[in-house]
Design a protein around this ligand. Sequence first.
Ligand SMILES: Nc1nc2c(c(=O)[nH]1)N[C@H]1C(S)=C(S)[C@@H](COP(=O)(O)O)O[C@H]1N2
Ligand SMILES: [Mo]
Length: 387
Amino acid sequence: MDKMATRRDVLKQGLVAAGLGIAGVPAWVLPALAQGEVEVPFTDIPENTRWDIPPERRLLDIRTIDGVLTPSDKFATTQHYNHPQLDPAAFRLEVTGLVDRPQSLALDDLKKLGATDLVAAFECSGNRGPLHGLCGSGRWTGVPLARLLSAVGLKTPVREVVFYGADHGEEEVDFRTQKLMLDVRFGRSLPRDVALSAEPLLAWALNGDPLSRHQGSPLRLIVPGWYGVANVKWLTQIHAQEEPFMGKYQSRWYRTIRQTTLNGETTYMETAVTRMQLNSFVARVTKLGNRCTVRGVVLNDGTPIKQVEVRVDDGPWGTATLDSRTTDRFGWKLFSYVWNNPAPGPHTVVSRATDATGRVQPTSEDNAGKRTFLEENSQAPRKVVVS
Ligand SMILES: Nc1nc2c(c(=O)[nH]1)N[C@H]1C(S)=C(S)[C@@H](COP(=O)(O)O)O[C@H]1N2
Ligand SMILES: [Mo]
C-alpha cells in the first residue's frame, strides 16, 4: 500500500487542483465549481509535474477537461525532431510518386479544394497514467485527403501513401552490418484504403485558428481514430508508392510487441501502432455535500461507446453517464459518475469503457503480455483523498 499523503500535502494538492498558481503549476483555470463544491485531490499527480517543457513538449492537465474542445494553447504537443518554421506564403505541398498528375500546391490551392470541419481527439501512443496528459480534442479545418488524392489520381498499383514532414534529424540507420548516418525526415504512411477513406484531413486550422508552429503550421495530416503519430505535422510531401514504407517512425519506433502462446509455446506478435485502442481514465473528482462526482474521458477509434463504468476501491462497478455534449464520432467522450457517501480518507477510483462491438478496456493483468509501453490502454486506478 502507498503511504497516505500527509494532510498538508493533501491540502496543497487541493490548492494546486484548484488552479491557485502554486509555483511550477500553470495557472490554468479549472472548470468552475458549484457553490460549496470542492476538488478531491489526486495524490498520484506529483506536485512538481512539469506540464510545459518548452519548446518540445506540453502536457494537458486532464483535470481541466470540461468539454468537446481543448483550447489550442492547452493542446498537448510533442514530436521527435525540431520545429520547422515554415513560411505559409512560400509553403508548397509536393504530391509525387505513382500519381497521374504530380502537383506542387500552395496553401491557397488546397483551400480552393474546399474546407471541411471535423472534431477529432487523439492521444499519443505513449500516453500513460497517472498524468495521461498527451492528448487533446479539437475541431480541425482542412480539405479531405481523399479529395486531393482523387484530384491527382492514384495509379492502380499504389498500396501506400507516405506523408513527410519538413522536420528532420540525424539518424543511425542499421542495414545488416552497415551503420549509416543519415539526415532523415519524419515520415509515416497509410494504407491506400485508409488514405482514400472519408475522414483523413489535410488540416490548416485548429478550433478556428491557423495551426501554431508546434501544431505543424501551416499544414498537417489528421487521421481521426488513429494514435497521434499518424498526424504528420509540417506536411510538405505526399508520396504514393507500391512498396511498404519502412521509415523509422513507421516500422521501428511505433510498434507493439505482445507475448502470446501458440500450442503451448511462448511466441510474440509485433504490430504497428495504428488505430487507438479503447481507453478511458478518471480526470477529475469533486465533492459537494456527501456525494462525489467522478469525471473522465474516453478515447478510441471512433467505434460507438456502449458504456462506461466506474468502480471505487473494491466495490461493485457502477454505470457512468455519457456527457450529451460529446457525441462527435471521433471526438473524445466525457463521462460522469456519482459516488455517494464517500468515507474520508484515501481511495482508488477506476473507469472501464466498453464499445458497441463488445470490446472491454483491459485490466493491466489482461495487458501483461504487452512487452512494450506504447498503446497503454489498461484500466487506470486513480488515487484520491476525500477530506
Ligand atoms: N512532422 C512530424 N509530425 C509528427 C511528429 C513528429 O515528430 N514530426 N510526432 C507525431 C506524434 S508522435 C504525435 S503524438 C503528434 C503530436 O501532435 P501534437 O503536437 O499536435 O499534439 O504529432 C505527430 N506528428
Ligand atoms: Mo506520439
